[in-house]
Design a protein around this ligand. Structure first.
Ligand code: CMC
Length: 428
């Protein structure tokens, strides 16, 4: 009769241990009873980058990396991209189920009334240098929000938690647009709550004088991109969010830390890095030489590979389709040709095939953003806006989870054993 247990024989002591297996995992603390003698600390696992360690139980997002499946609360990402809106998907991620028509209306209204920011935040942003990176401005300004909402510290109060959630989602588009306008030396445009979430964002970004006509293809494309980026279970940024939130700090501070993680080129900064890479390659005929250098280990192909997906990232497939819709509205992008050639060559090359390296979400998203007129430096910000929803859903789940504790990994100490301090004159 098969048992849901794991038997471990410790060859150091020849003792046998039976450990329960639940949800395909063992409790790491169960290993601690495996000791060579009573004074031994007990066995640990060594897992740099948490490649095989589950840090939480979650009911938000499911990924099957081998099959290229991504579900939010059980719904396939393809169906949400086709039929839902970003704000409806945000409600789903945060609450667990799709809203009724009246709940959705209420929710959209709540987000809308929180798009406005305190005038002092505007002044705060004015203090940044003219060439400050918008992602760094966003990160610092979200941190500054914690000084405006001291009620956010009451994280055990559900009403306060809800308020911070709607504030953060509402204000992200305003802060992002202000960061862009600052870098362009343009006056800030206030939110117009008659518009949709993405329409409002586009208006705050691009309105110059007089009314700004929103391109409906761009508005919908951006909405779909926001859906695709809203959550992705325990990635680097989300892990940071949960880790920082585990100290029970307010959500603005935890989100700030997560934005910092997302900023890096191996994570949310990859869409920016992809465009820089495509510009560096420059033309289709230079792709083979670039791929040769990647294979020689000089650098990585940005927008390729994923810790979890070992097949085509399902988000990349949807994004490629949107790309063609957006490009139909604009002049053809010379970089698209380079990207398509890069993808074609890489997908046939043994190096990439053997390592299961496929285009990820960032490979085409930058090209779409660029076609829509967004400057490269704002790309990571466009990732951060919707990811706030995922972070907040994970934060709410974390708070409700009695099994969670303050994050505190172990280490394997390989340094010097204890030794006595040597006075400076006696050192060799
Ligand atoms: N180009 C070339 N080789 C690569 C790449 C790449 N983009 N990614 C991985 N490899 C190779 C790597 O050199 C290694 O080869 P070997 O076994 O010979 O040493 C092998 O593939 C496994 O690499 P790894 O570093 O163990 O893989 P990982 O799961 O730790 O890294 C990754 C995942 C996303 C950091 C990595 O694929 C990468 O750096 N990609 C480029 C950056 C990028 O596009 N990031 C966006 C990720 S999707 C958006 C998000 O969720 O943030």
């Amino acid at each position: 009769m098969p048992k849901d247990t794991l038997t471990i024989i410790d060859n150091r002591t020849e003792k046998s241990y039976e450990i329960p297996v639940q949800y395909g995992a063992i409790d790491a603390m169960a290993l601690r009873k495996i000791k060579v003698d009573p004074s031994d600390f007990g066995l640990m696992t060594y897992d740099p980058g948490f490649a095989n360690t589950a840090s939480c139980k979650s009911a938000i997002t499911y990924i099957d990396g081998d099959k290229g499946i991504l579900l939010y609360r059980g719904y396939p990402i393809q169906q949400l991209a086709e039929k839902s809106t970003y704000l409806e998907t945000a409600y789903l991620l945060l609450n667990g189920d799709l809203p009724s028509a009246s709940a959705l209306k209420l929710w959209q209204g709540e987000i809308n009334i929180h798009t406005m920011i305190h005038e002092n935040i505007k002044d705060f942003m004015k203090g940044f240098r003219y060439d400050a990176h918008p992602m760094a401005m966003l990160m610092s300004t979200v941190a500054a929000l914690s000084t405006f909402y001291s009620d956010a510290k009451t994280i055990q109060d559900p009403a306060s938690r809800h308020l911070q959630v709607v504030r953060l989602i509402g204000k992200m588009i305003t802060l992002a647009a202000f960061a862009y306008r600052h870098s362009m030396g343009m006056r800030y445009i206030y939110p117009d709550n008659e518009l949709t979430y993405t329409g409002n964002f586009l208006n705050m970004m691009y309105r110059i004088a007089g009314p700004y006509e929103i391109n409906r293809v761009y508005e919908r494309a951006l909405d779909i991109l926001f859906i695709l980026h809203a959550d992705h279970e325990q990635n680097c940024g989300t892990h940071v969010l949960r880790s920082v939130a585990s100290s029970h700090v307010d959500p603005y501070t935890a989100v700030t830390a997560a934005i910092g993680a997302l900023y890096g080129p191996l994570h949310g900064g990859a869409n920016e890095a992809v465009i820089r890479m495509l510009m560096e390659i420059g033309s289709k005929d230079r792709v083979p030489e670039y791929v040769r250098r990647v294979k020689a280990g000089e650098f990585r192909l940005m927008g390729f590979g994923h810790r979890v997906y070992k097949s085509y990232d399902p988000r990349a497939k949807i994004i490629k389709e949107i790309a063609y819709e957006v490009f139909a509205q604009t002049a053809p992008s010379p970089l698209l040709e380079v990207a398509l050639e890069l993808e074609r060559i890489a997908l046939e090359d043994e190096y990439f095939v053997a390592r299961k390296l496929y285009p990820n979400v960032d490979f085409y998203s930058g090209l779409i953003y660029q076609a829509m007129g967004f400057p490269i430096t704002i790309f990571p910000v466009l990732f951060a806006i919707p990811r706030v929803t995922g972070w907040l859903a994970q934060w709410l789940e974390f708070i409700a989870d009695d099994e969670q504790k303050i994050a505190r990994p172990r280490q394997l100490y390989l340094g010097k054993p204890e030794r006595d301090y040597v006075p400076i004159g006696a050192r060799t």
